[in-house]
Design a protein around this ligand. Structure first.
Ligand code: ZN
Length: 494
C-alpha cells in the first residue's frame, strides 16, 4: 500500500511540475519574444493554468493521499515532500480559486501597464493597479496566515524565518554603516569611468555573453540567454534554465554584470540534486539564498580585481578601440565606482543596500496604512533625499523603476540585501578552505562552484535558509559590513 501511495505522490508532483514548466515557459516567452499585443490572451492562459494547478493540488483524492502519507513512516526526502505539499494544500484550500485566478489576471495586466507607464513616465496610469495589488495582496496574506501581520507574511514567503523583527535590526545596521562609508568614498578622488560609456557594438556584446557563461561554467546545453527589458532568470527544471539580459550600446557593463548576476541564479538551479527532479523540493529554497548566489557571482567575483584581470584581454579583443589602453586596475576601479544614484539595478555594490532600505521602509508603511499609494512618489523622493542626498527628477527614475510591485511581489526587495550579506559570509568561510582569488586569477571558477554546490545548491528546498546559513556558522550581518569596509577602503585608498 505504501509503495502504491508513494507512486501516486510522485505522479501528482510530476503533473504539478509539468504545469509549472508550461507557466514558466509562457511567462518567459511573454517578456522576451511574444508580440506586443499578445498580453491579454496570454494572461487568460496563465490564469487557467494557475487554476489547474490549484485544482489538481486540492482535489479530494490529492488531499486524501497527502493525509494518508503524512501518517506513514517514510524516508526523509519523501517525508519532506509530503510536508511541503501539505503546507501548499492547506494554503490553497483557504484561497478561493476565483481569487487566485483574479490575482493571476491582475498581475499579468499590471505588469503590462507598468511597462508602458515606466516608458512614458506615467505614474497615474499605474497607480490604480498598484492600489488593487496592495489591497489584494493584503487579502491573500490573510489566506496564507491569518494570525500574522500581512507584510510579515510576504517577508516570510520570500525568506522563510524572516519577519520585521529580524529585518529591522539588519537594516538598522546598514543605515548606521553604509551612508557614512559612502560619504567618505564620495569625498575621495574618483575613478575614470569614461570608457564604460563608450559605444560597444551589440554583436560583440553578444559574443561576450557567451564567453562569460562559459567562464562561469554554465553548460549551454542546459541554459540559454535571451533579451528582455529587465534581466531575470526562470527555470523550467534543472535541465532548462533561461536567463535574460538587456544590451545597451553605450553601457556594455550593464549587460556584462547582468549576465554574471543571472548566471549565478542559473548555476544554483542547474545544480540542484537530480534526486529532487519533478518533486516539490526542487528549485532554490528562498529569494535570499538565490540572491546570495547571483550577487556572489556579480559583485564578489565579478567586481573583484582578479576577475578584471581575467576578462580584460577578452574585452580588448572584442572592443579594441575602447579597451586598448585600459589597465586591470582601471577596469576594477571603474566597475566599482560608488555613488549616490537613482536606479537600483545600476547601483554599485556599496550604495545598493540603501536602495533596498528605502523600498523596505516604503513597503512597511504601505502595508501598515501609514502611507497611501497616492503619496508613494513623494515618500520615495523624500527617502532618496534623506539617505542618499539626491533629488528624484521623475517617476520613471523613481517609483516606477522596478517591476516587482507590478507582479504582486511585496516583501521581495529585502532578500536582495540579505542575500548580499549571506554572500559575504559565504566568501569568508570559503576563504578558510581555499585560495579563492588564486582560482579567480586563473579564470578557474569550477572549484568555487563546486564549493557552493556542496554547501548550497544541491539541497534545493530540503533545507531552510537558516539551515543553509548554519552551514556557514549561522547568519551574521557583520561579515557583510566588514567585507564592504575592506573592499571600498582599498578601492578608494581611504
Ligand atoms: Zn537576482
Amino acid at each position: 500500500v505504501k509503495d502504491a501511495k508513494i507512486q501516486e505522490l510522485k505522479e501528482l508532483e510530476s503533473r504539478l511540475s509539468a504545469l509549472t514548466h508550461a507557466q514558466n515557459l509562457i511567462y518567459y516567452d511573454g517578456v522576451t519574444l511574444a508580440p506586443s499585443k499578445s498580453e491579454a490572451a496570454r494572461g487568460e492562459t496563465l490564469a487557467v493554468l494557475a487554476g489547474e494547478s490549484h485544482h489538481l493540488l486540492t482535489l479530494p483524492s490529492s488531499v486524501d493521499l497527502v493525509e494518508n502519507l503524512s501518517r506513514m513512516e517514510l524516508d526523509a526526502q519523501t517525508a519532506r515532500e509530503v510536508k511541503e505539499l501539505k503546507k501548499e494544500q492547506d494554503r490553497s484550500l483557504r484561497i478561493p480559486v476565483e481569487e487566485l485566478m483574479e490575482w493571476s489576471r491582475l498581475t499579468t495586466r499590471a505588469e503590462d501597464v507598468w511597462h508602458t507607464a515606466k516608458l512614458e513616465n506615467d505614474w497615474p496610469a499605474f497607480r490604480p493597479l498598484l492600489e488593487k495589488l496592495l489591497t489584494m495582496s493584503k487579502q491573500m496574506a490573510g489566506y496564507y496566515d491569518a494570525d500574522k501581520d500581512p507584510y510579515d507574511v510576504w517577508l516570510w514567503e520570500n525568506e522563510e524565518g524572516l519577519t520585521r523583527k529580524q529585518a529591522d535590526p539588519f537594516f538598522d545596521t546598514l543605515k548606521k554603516e553604509i551612508p557614512t562609508l559612502l560619504q567618505r568614498v564620495q569625498e575621495a578622488p574618483q575613478p575614470d569611468t569614461s570608457f564604460l560609456k563608450a559605444a560597444c557594438p551589440l554583436p560583440a556584446q553578444k559574443k561576450l555573453t557567451g564567453y562569460l557563461m562559459d567562464l562561469l561554467t554554465i553548460d549551454p546545453g542546459y541554459c540559454v540567454a535571451g533579451e528582455s527589458e529587465h534581466p531575470f532568470t526562470v527555470e523550467m527544471n534543472r535541465q532548462d534554465v533561461r536567463i535574460t539580459t538587456h544590451y545597451y550600446e553605450d553601457n556594455m557593463a550593464s549587460s556584462m554584470m547582468s549576465v554574471i548576476h543571472e548566471g549565478g541564479h542559473a548555476l544554483y538551479e542547474m545544480h540542484i540534486s537530480p534526486a529532487l527532479d519533478r518533486t516539490c523540493l526542487t528549485g532554490g529554497v528562498s529569494m535570499g539564498i538565490h540572491e546570495s548566489q547571483s550577487r556572489f557571482y556579480e559583485n564578489i567575483i565579478g567586481r573583484s580585481r582578479p576577475f578584471a584581470g581575467v576578462i580584460l584581454p577578452r574585452l580588448k579583443e572584442l572592443f579594441p578601440q575602447v579597451y586598448e589602453n585600459v589597465t586591470e586596475e582601471a577596469l576594477w576601479r571603474a566597475l566599482n565606482k560608488a555613488e549616490a544614484s537613482l536606479i537600483r539595478i545600476e547601483a554599485d555594490e556599496l550604495s545598493y543596500g540603501i536602495h533596498i532600505l528605502v523600498r523596505y521602509e516604503l513597503e512597511k508603511a504601505l502595508f501598515s496604512g501609514d502611507l497611501a499609494v497616492a503619496d508613494l512618489p513623494g515618500a520615495w523622493g523624500e527617502l532618496y533625499q534623506k539617505y542618499l542626498g539626491i533629488t528624484v527628477p521623475d517617476d520613471a527614475r523613481g517609483v516606477l523603476q522596478d517591476t516587482h510591485w507590478s507582479g504582486g511581489s511585496f516583501g521581495y526587495f529585502p532578500s536582495y540585501a540579505i542575500g548580499s550579506a549571506y554572500g559575504a559570509q559565504m566568501l569568508a568561510c570559503m576563504q578558510k578552505e581555499m585560495d579563492v582569488w588564486a582560482f579567480v586569477r586563473e579564470g578557474n571558477l569550477a572549484p568555487i562552484g563546486e564549493y557552493l554546490r556542496e554547501k548550497v545548491w544541491r539541497f534545493g528546498r530540503t533545507k531552510t535558509p537558516k539551515e543553509i546559513m548554519d552551514g556557514f556558522g549561522g547568519f551574521d550581518p557583520q561579515y557583510y559590513i566588514s567585507y564592504l569596509k575592506e573592499k571600498f577602503e582599498e578601492l578608494y585608498r581611504l
